[in-house]
Design a protein around this ligand. Structure first.
Ligand code: HEC
Length: 117
């Protein structure tokens, strides 16, 4: 019985550690770990670029570090929700129906200049 309890608490420990490390990843690294590869850039060019290169309807412009910094200050969860659901003139999914959340992370990091690559 003792061994059983010990292994049960070990499982609990391990699983709580997994969830703690993933939340650290999401809040601290802030898009820095998202990979911007050719596929992501292709999707970006076909959707986000329409508005985020020239600033259509006051869209925050690629590389406008100050503007992006203040938006990133809202926290990743809110920003991702705004991309998925849309906000004001920002359309839901940014017109990218095939984009995954990780694609959005990479694109946002690219626009905000916070990607490591
Ligand atoms: C039709 C134009 C348009 C397209 C296409 C578009 N956006 Fe936007 N986006 C906007 C506008 C306008 C805003 C500013 C909305 C506001 O804050 O009022 C915005 C804001 C954002 C924000 C900031 C949200 C926040 O919480 O401050 C992010 C992130 C973003 N867009 C990502 C994307 C991504 C990623 C794509 C491509 C998949 C994309 N957008 C495509 C117009 C667009």
């Amino acid at each position: 019985m003792h061994t059983f309890l010990r292994s049960l608490s070990l499982i609990f420990l391990v699983s709580s550690c997994i969830s703690c490390s993933s939340s650290v990843e999401q809040t601290n690294l802030f898009f820095a770990n998202a990979v911007v590869d050719e596929e992501v850039m292709g999707k970006f060019a076909r959707s986000c670029a329409l508005c985020h290169v020239s600033g259509v309807a006051d869209a925050p412009i690629v590389g406008d570090i100050e503007e992006w910094r203040s938006r990133l200050g809202q926290g990743e969860a809110i920003i991702i929700r705004n991309v998925l659901e849309g906000i004001n003139s920002m359309p839901p999914l940014g017109y990218c129906m095939s984009c995954e959340v990780d694609d959005f992370r990479a694109m946002i990091g690219f626009m905000a200049g916070t990607n490591s690559q």
